[in-house]
Ligand binder design. Structure first.
Ligand SMILES: CC(C)(COP(=O)(O)OP(=O)(O)OC[C@H]1O[C@@H](n2cnc3c(N)ncnc32)[C@H](O)[C@@H]1OP(=O)(O)O)[C@@H](O)C(=O)NCCC(=O)NCCS
Length: 308
């Protein structure tokens, strides 16, 4: 095959973004290609080894793969993104990129490769079922589906449930000493400590990626300086909401719904007409609170590789 698989340096990121814009067949993914590539290839490199591979034919980039090693389990490698230019499909390029990534991830210590999001920096939980060629390729290349994940879509158009005002509930909470406000960068250590103590240590990266950052944000609830809950959006992609969490003792008081709707209101104000609640989670809560519906469904795959 006259295609070479090479490691790409940071200088080729603009080409990677351009290729993803052309090659991610779902418009919502193509539109957010710059954020997707920045999340997976740049920000993720702060806390895990990242592979950025390109398939080059006659000097032109025709395929790209981003892979990484799991933050929590070094025996797991992840393929975070793979895309081949529409004009170059069914020529073995996707398979060559995956084979190369498997070898390199195994050299990093992986004994298993997952076609699945590698939190906290992920762009999809797995393969969206509508990328049916990718589903076919995964099966052909020996991957086994082991889990299903889904997002929920919340409409952000005028009159939608998600944009119901929050003031009345906020007043009721204030009478009980609970304040709700936008988080600022100085809140980050307390937010991370709260998320770690209450839900385990998986959300630091997403909090750091959302508090006070462009196209992103976090809202929190507190009483006497103690955090009772938070909700964040935009860390991986501007249109994606999450994570969020309310302290178990404060559940049922309306805090979660208010925090969620504050975030979605910001996203609507930024011009979005829909938000994706990523890798859900409590379906009835989101359905009730903001009229969200399950829409994107993802299959997650895994395959054993010859680890070190
Ligand atoms: C998924 C994708 C990367 C595959 O790239 P590719 O270079 O066309 O894949 P290959 O030519 O290496 O195909 C390998 C095998 O996968 C299977 N396959 C690939 N495309 C298929 C299709 N459209 N229908 C059925 N099987 C398919 C085949 O078995 C193929 O082997 P074969 O051609 O010898 O039968 C490409 O379709 C793509 O970029 N899709 C859009 C982005 C995407 O879905 N990314 C994954 C989600 S992030």
């Amino acid at each position: 095959m006259d295609v070479e698989i090479i490691e790409l340096g940071p200088d080729r990121l603009p080409e990677v973004v351009a290729l993803c814009r052309r090659s991610l067949d779902l418009p919502e993914d193509a539109a957010e290609a710059p954020a997707v590539v920045a999340t997976l290839a740049v920000r993720a490199a702060a806390d895990r080894p990242v592979l950025l591979l390109g398939a080059v034919r006659d000097g032109t980039l025709v395929g790209v793969l981003v892979g990484s090693r799991s933050v929590t389990d070094p025996r797991r490698g992840h393929v975070d993104l793979v895309a081949v230019a529409p004009t170059h499909r069914r020529q073995g390029i996707g398979a060559a990129l995956l084979a190369d990534a498997e070898t390199r991830l195994a050299a990093l210590g992986a004994s298993e490769v997952l076609l699945a999001g590698n939190p906290p920096h992920y762009a999809w939980p797995g393969i969206d079922v509508r990328y049916t060629p990718a589903v076919c390729a995964a099966l052909r290349l020996g991957y086994r589906q082991d889990r299903t994940a889904w997002n929920m879509t919340a409409a952000l158009t005028e009159g939608s449930t998600a944009l119901r005002p929050t003031e009345a509930t906020e007043r009721r909470l204030a009478e009980r000493g609970v304040t709700v406000r936008r988080a600022v960068p100085t809140d980050l250590p307390a937010l991370e400590a709260f998320a770690r103590a209450t839900f385990g240590g998986v959300w630091d990266g997403e909090l750091a990626g959302s508090v006070g950052r462009p196209d992103a944000g976090t809202h929190l609830a507190e009483r006497d300086g103690e955090i009772l809950g938070f909700a964040a959006y935009g860390s991986a992609r501007p249109s994606w909401f999450g994570p969020m969490g309310t302290a178990p003792a404060a559940e049922g008081s309306g805090i979660g719904g208010v925090l969620l709707r504050r975030c979605l209101r910001d996203q609507a104000a930024a011009g979005l007409t829909e938000a994706q609640i990523g890798w859900v989670g409590p379906v009835p809560f989101y359905s009730n609170a903001v009229g969200a519906r399950i829409e994107r469904v993802f299959f997650l795959y895994r395959k054993a590789v010859n680890g070190a």
